[in-house]
Design a protein around this ligand. Structure first.
Ligand SMILES: [Zn+2]
Ligand SMILES: [Zn+2]
Length: 258
């Protein structure tokens, strides 16, 4: 499985930088997990291929350019863009984003080929298919309804925490999978901001370390994502100080293979 964290920040020459302000992972050039930078950072070829998007929760950094992505493609879509999300997240997207005020309700619009966007409600704790991938969504501990994901292509398996603070269910689902190749885990705030991390339900390196003790798998790559750009170096230093084997920081724009 190939996974890329799309870039979301660009320097004055337009080159992508490593700071992550938006969340969008691209799997095997065809399936997106979240859609923060989906309209900004895909190549033309990728934009042509991606029609399946799993939305873990409706926070702006995870959906910011989703409406623009569909707008861009509107005339050319021969099949609708499928948005996979729990029913509660679909309801929030319809109420707060695709509500004719913030942006058009694309789920009601058609081009000359048919509907341009359709929702696919996903279960929690039960596997479902997204193209060639088998996905299990599990509720995590965030301030709005949010799911983490365990994604398998039949050969390798990657777990995505999405946004969360300390949680149990995600780890028990991850531990039930026979083998995990990589864990992409959020680490938003430095330890000095533990209070803000707690009220906004995010990890710090310290709370992440406590939760990683619940993980029974060994030898997997653990890559931190969702580091707040303003505290990036501080969080990276604190993660390094944990001395956890194979714990690193995921680089946006780089394609990882497992
Ligand atoms: Zn969030
Ligand atoms: Zn977020």
């Amino acid at each position: 499985m190939r996974v890329q964290l799309l870039p979301s920040t660009f320097d004055s020459q337009g080159h992508a930088t490593l700071e992550q302000r938006l969340t969008c992972f691209l799997i095997d050039e065809s399936v997106a997990v979240d859609a923060g930078s989906i309209a900004l950072a895909l190549t033309t070829e990728q934009r042509r291929k991606v029609r399946d998007i799993i939305v873990t929760h409706p926070h702006m950094d995870h959906i910011a350019s989703l409406p623009i992505f569909i707008d861009d493609l509107f005339e050319t879509l021969k099949k609708p863009v499928r948005i996979y999300a729990t029913q509660e997240v679909i309801d929030l997207l319809e109420r707060d984003i695709f509500n004719w005020n913030v942006y058009p309700r694309f789920s009601e619009l058609k081009n000359e080929f048919g509907p341009v966007m359709e929702y696919v409600p996903i279960p929690k704790g039960e596997a479902f298919k997204v193209r060639h991938l088998t996905v299990t969504a599990v509720a995590v501990n965030h301030i709005v309804p949010t799911v983490g994901l365990v994604v398998s292509d039949g050969k390798s398996t990657v777990a995505f925490s999405s946004d969360t603070s300390e949680t149990d269910e995600f780890w028990s689902v991850v531990n039930r999978v026979p083998r995990i190749d990589a864990l992409l885990i959020e680490a938003s705030f430095p330890n000095s901001m533990a209070n803000l991390a707690e009220v906004s339900r995010h990890y710090t390196p310290a709370s992440l370390e406590r939760d990683l003790r619940k993980l029974n798998h060994n030898g997997l790559d653990i890559l931190a994502v969702h580091i707040k750009p303003a505290y990036r170096q501080m969080v990276i230093d604190e993660l390094e100080a944990l001395n956890i084997p194979k714990l690193g920081v995921m680089e946006s724009g780089r394609t990882y293979s497992w």
